[in-house]
Design a binder for this molecule. Structure first.
Ligand code: SF4
Length: 142
């Protein structure tokens, strides 16, 4: 099985602590992070993904907003640059070394262009300052 994730969620999973918009959103997120922690591959997709899915029933979701599509493009550029991936990469698998590298880049700001207009930016910065303590995404070593 392969998880479908839009690019900016490659950043959000780094700081996920088990909280979110609705109980259904959190329950779904927990299942996704458990699969990532089992080493499942990720298909990078455009638009709403497996994390968005429970929100699509909500009236005020932002999953199709242009601002979120811009966030995806910024996140994809940053992750590709950080991990040295090809521009057309669409299937990836993240192991602990990759996630440590991404978290370091998140902390030093190299990944954060996508976060600028996000309402959770201060929260995520605080999580990074605490060295991502308690974050759920802990992928396998290899
Ligand atoms: S600031 Fe927003 S876009 Fe950036 S990681 Fe946090 S929740 Fe995701």
């Amino acid at each position: 099985m392969t998880l479908r994730l839009r690019p900016h969620h490659l950043l959000c999973v780094l700081t996920y602590l088990g909280k979110g918009y609705t109980p259904a959103f959190v329950a779904n997120y927990e299942r996704i992070v458990a699969r990532l922690n089992d080493g499942e591959t990720i298909e990078i997709v455009e638009g709403p993904d497996d994390i968005c899915a429970p929100m699509l029933k909500e009236q005020d979701h932002h999953c199709h907003n242009d601002s979120v599509k811009l966030r995806d493009r910024q996140a994809l550029d940053a992750v590709i640059t950080e991990l040295g991936l090809g521009r057309d990469v669409r299937i990836i698998r993240l192991v602990s070394e990759d996630v440590a590298q991404l978290r370091q880049a998140f902390s030093n700001g190299a990944l954060r262009a996508a976060c600028q207009a996000c309402e959770w930016s201060e929260l995520c910065s605080g999580i990074a300052r605490k060295n991502f303590r308690g974050c759920r995404f802990q992928p396998p070593l290899s």
